[in-house]
Design a protein around this ligand. Structure first.
Ligand SMILES: [Mg+2]
Length: 341
């Protein structure tokens, strides 16, 4: 019994981790004449709900092992050999179905983002201030250039949190993000659409500056238009790499802001990342993500920042600017940096 428990615990680990589990189970079920379709359904369920349903993992695992033991205890040895071999295989099979980011941390952040009234209130607060700023600018004497507001797209005007849900449930795939944007199905964030229409009604242009790439232009415009955003046109969308900043950093939005500023008077910038406002925020190694003092007074006036706890440049200082840390290493660094007094 003790051996069975040890084996089934390992089995649990394997069930949680291995992408090749379906193949293995088909083989085991064939040997033991078990119901393959039910087992596959259980494994699909386990993979979809991975860390969320640890109890379910244990339950299904014990049930499966028990069925095999009851069928013929002598076959347990053969099962152990198969599982031990498959564990070794799984160690070498890579991270095909591994969640893209730490599951529990992303779960809390996404739940807050999708379901809290506070998130909605913060977005409305941001766009309410944006309206006031537009109205205030309109009282000033007219300049030569027409007025414009520059907005980011992701987690500023469009809500991609369902993609984060997909990441948690299905893991990170090579073209996962592009598959999501190709659907052109992201919804407008609270207050975003109303603000954009308000600006349009006041004769203020909207320019969308995003770090989506050029291959996503068509689907992005389609998504913006389908939701009802004004200015969803080629000349009002600047994607990553459209105009590189002088330092060659295609992710920097500085060059694209300069392009808009060459024809329009930018009165307001709205985004969920400080990099959406000014290049001064881009080198977080220098300012550690803290606001340079000279820019502080611009928040709520020229810059409207919106909340995004799911991802962003704010993570970089936490992880010491390292890209390839394991989730365990990331958690350790986050704990080390948390203040307790
Ligand atoms: Mg964004």
């Amino acid at each position: 019994m003790k051996i069975a428990r040890i084996c089934s615990n390992r089995f649990c680990v394997y069930l949680s981790a291995a992408a090749d589990i379906r193949v293995l189970f088909i083989a085991i079920c064939a040997i033991y004449n078990l119901d393959t379709s039910k087992t596959i359904l259980a494994i699909n369920h386990l993979q979809v709900h991975n860390s969320l349903t640890e109890k379910s993992v244990n339950l299904v695992t014990f049930e499966t092992v028990n069925i095999i033991l009851k069928t013929n205890p002598m076959k347990y040895l053969l099962l152990s050999v198969i599982l031990a071999t498959s564990l070794l295989i799984s160690c070498n099979s890579g991270n095909r179905n591994k969640p893209g980011r730490d599951f529990e941390k992303l779960l809390t952040a996404s739940s807050w983002y999708q379901h809290s009234a506070e998130m909605k209130a913060l977005y409305h607060q941001g766009f309410n201030i944006a309206r006031e700023r537009v109205e205030s600018e309109l009282t000033k004497p007219k300049g030569e250039k027409p007025l414009a507001v520059v907005v980011d797209i992701d987690e500023t005007m469009l809500d991609n949190s369902p993609f984060e849900t997909q990441l948690m449930k299905e893991g990170e795939t090579e073209d996962g993000w592009h598959s999501w944007t190709n659907k052109a199905s992201a919804r407008a964030l609270p207050g975003a659409l109303e603000f954009a229409k308000f600006a349009e009604g006041k004769g203020v242009a909207i320019f969308y500056i995003t770090n989506r790439d050029s291959s996503e232009r068509e689907s992005t415009l389609k998504n913006l238009a389908s939701v009802g955003f004004p200015f969803a046109t080629e000349d009002h969308l600047l994607t990553r790499g459209d105009i590189a900043f002088s330092n060659g950093n295609v992710s920097s939005k500085a060059g694209r802001r300069a392009r808009v500023a060459s024809t329009h008077n930018i009165i307001l910038l709205i985004g969920d990342n400080l990099n959406d406002f000014s290049e001064i925020f881009e080198n977080r190694k220098e300012n550690d993500g803290k606001l340079p003092l000279q820019k502080m007074q611009l928040f709520g006036k020229r810059y409207i920042v919106l909340p995004n706890p799911m991802y962003g440049a704010w993570e970089k200082p936490l992880f010491d600017y390292q890209d390839k840390l394991s989730e365990k290493e990331k958690t350790q660094l986050m704990l080390e940096k948390l203040l307790d007094k």
